[in-house]
Design a binder for this molecule. Structure first.
Ligand code: ZN
Length: 342
């Protein structure tokens, strides 16, 4: 597995606390871009090229995560969620509290089935009923390691599942961040291209809003991940996206409450894929949005597209994707930016 990809996937960065991943993005952009800065909001903004057209590319750095809310007198941690996390995936997960005093391993605990009453078994398990066990025997003991307000990530993991299928933490959207670095490496166009590694996407597309205002782009493309449908119990009608079938070109998000990709941008992306024989698939999304949903409403409106890499088990401690889809996204973004710059 590519060492940089591994580093990007495993870095910590829940919404509002993206500095660890931002540092990596800043250092990588520095190698190929003429200007790189971290703005007031924590977004990493890199610039490359000269020309009349301003093009913004965005991928979000933040990952879903948790935060310590309360420490019990027995030394267990209650927590809140940041971003869309299905409570049912949480029990028994290994997490890392990124405490000032250093990383602290924890296990998310629940009441075992042996001790549950019948009514409890019928009730869906909520995150409020879970706690994190860091192996301490009292509040004082726990406070030697962690404090209220500390951020919590899923235990970093990444690797190759089989052949082209890779797995890891925070696939949404660190593989988009990795793509952004590769796109900027390859780009040679007569336009001002801005790559933005955005913050706080998972909690309301916030970094994309402030950075789009600053850049005031003529066109934008968001690079993200979306939910693949090629696993048991998902019908083709729910999602026809398959790993290995290419980069996904979004047509609409959240049934139109998110981005509705305008005709021109849609044609540029699809034509560029066809012309350059880049594998692609089309996505019509009923639920879920990306940074594109906020960028396209910047100022007087910005023609915006979204390229996504289909991901299995999205918004969980471990996602799975196909590395070739990632490279299709890179290739298509480079070609489309070239066409937009003309
Ligand atoms: Zn995302």
């Amino acid at each position: 597995m590519d060492i940089l990809l591994k580093k990007i996937i495993e870095a910590a960065g829940i919404p509002g606390y993206e500095s660890e991943i931002a540092k990596i993005m800043h250092a990588e952009f520095k190698k190929t871009c003429s200007e790189v800065q971290i703005d007031n909001f924590g977004n990493v903004i890199a610039k490359k090229g000269k020309g009349k057209t301003r093009i913004m590319l965005a991928a979000h750095m933040d990952e879903i995560g948790l935060m310590v809310k309360h420490i019990t007198k027995e030394g267990f941690l209650y927590f809140i969620k940041l971003g869309g996390i299905d409570d049912r995936i949480l029990p028994a997960q290994r997490v890392i509290v990124k405490a000032k005093k250093g990383d602290c391993l924890g296990i998310i605990g629940t009441k075992p089935p042996h001790l549950q009453k019948d009514e409890e078994k019928k009730k869906p398990l909520k995150y409020e009923d879970m706690f994190i066990d860091i192996g301490c025997k009292s509040k004082e003991d726990a406070e030697k390691k962690v404090e209220v307000g500390d951020i919590i990530i899923f235990e970093p993991n990444s690797g190759v599942l089989n052949e082209k299928l890779y797995y890891g933490k925070a696939i949404d959207d660190r593989i988009g961040c990795f793509a952004l670095i590769k796109i900027m490496e390859k780009l040679k166009v007569n336009a001002e291209v801005y790559a933005v590694a955005t913050t706080q996407e998972e909690v309301g597309l916030k970094g994309a809003r402030t950075s789009a205002f600053k850049i005031d782009p003529d066109y934008a493309i968001a690079i993200d991940t979306n939910a693949a449908g090629d696993t048991p119990q998902i019908s083709e009608r729910e999602s026809s996206l398959k790993l290995g079938a290419g980069v996904s070109i979004t047509i609409i998000e959240a049934s139109g409450r998110g981005l509705i990709v305008n005709e021109k941008m849609k044609n540029i992306l699809i034509d560029a894929a066809k012309k350059n024989k880049i594998k692609y698939q089309i996505d019509v999304i009923e639920g879920g949005m990306t940074d594109g949903a906020i960028i396209h409403m910047n100022r007087e409106g910005v023609p915006t597209g979204v390229l996504s890499i289909p991901t299995r088990y999205i918004h969980s401690p471990t996602g799975v994707f196909n590395i070739e889809d990632l490279y299709s996204a890179v290739e298509l973004a480079v070609k489309a930016v070239g066409d937009l710059a003309k």
